[in-house]
Ligand binder design. Sequence first.
Ligand code: AMP
Ligand code: MG
Length: 397
Amino acid sequence: MISVDAHRETVTGLLGNAPVIRLPLASAAGLVLAEDVRAGVSLPPFDNSAMDGYAVRAEDIAEVPVTLPVAEDIPAGRVDSTKLEPGTAHRIMTGAPMPPGADAVVMVEHTDGGVTDVRILRTAVLGAHIRRRGEDVVEGTVALSAGTVLGPAQLGLAAAVGLAEVPVYRPLKVLVVSTGTELVDAPEPLRHGQIYESNSIMLASAIRALGCEAEVVRSVVDDVDEFRSVIEPRLAEVDLLVTSGGVSAGAYEVVKDALTGQGVEFRKVAMQPGGPQGCGRWNGVPVVTLPGNPVSVLVSFEAFLRPALLAAMGHAGVDRQKVRARLTESMTSPAGRRQFRRGFYTHSEGEVTGIVGPRGGPGSHLLASFTQANCLIVLPEDVDSAEQGDEVDVLLL
Ligand code: AMP
Ligand code: MG
């Protein structure tokens, strides 16, 4: 048996780094910036008004009330330059360029709102309500650094500094394949001995949630020739093949039988659930083979694929947040294996540690209880039982 950490490292190494491509901003949400990007313009690009009001010289309104002639009207978007003469005001809107000669803005609420003459009711300090050029970002400086995850604020800034495209790690294309002669796609009715196929939607949605692309081949029967002929031609289009089922110790283990000796190694990982695992390359394409039980599939995804895919896509933080929590009931764990149990974690205000209780038993077919879990409880290899009140590690999902 190999350790969870060793297998995770192998899978992460197998994937390496995704290629860098330039994508339009609209296609880059959630991806990671692969290079520093510099601002093509300063933000703001010019001194402008922070208020709807009147651009003035502060010294002209040192005594109020005072009435000034309105010499210009400057809406946002006016691109010619207007010069403010002493003793006059320009009506100005939020975001409009400050006229040279003006050194303050009086908000419209502090005036009578006049359009030919304006009566100003309050004084203003020098620089009042002026947003200065470069206050936010200076042209030519790094606006977003390599490694930044492009969320709404980051994409907004990229757009504001004039970028149409950004260099990002390309979303990996993953081919998800479920194996098993017993698998049926709804709404076809089940015959005795058949089950509905559920792993592919779990894996595909989990993979897509990381920003990767997933293609699915649902239900390849347990036949080595069939598996090879359906999957092998599709390898060229993808960065990774992920299979479920057909890797354990029985007969008719289609994935194991098809890929042994082809560059994929099958091993037992010291964990529960999810012991039987495999990885390697088939025709040069990375392959990760997961066991078939649905809970094993999701736990294996958490333990191996999620960190490996995130790392390949340039993310620095690939681990789930880990907290300590007190068990609400006792649990057992197989000696020598790391156990991942579905759990529910709560943390009440004022408490130092939260509490956690298992949801469902350890059985790897118990998918319904997974839907009620918000965490995985981790019992390490050297622990075979934990009592109520003991502190344990919890991975928040
Ligand atoms: P296997 O590893 O192929 O022996 O599968 C282990 C268990 O998981 C069996 O009970 C399978 O029926 C079940 N299983 C395998 N693949 C799927 C799938 N795609 N959807 C639902 N259950 C599956
Ligand atoms: Mg099977």
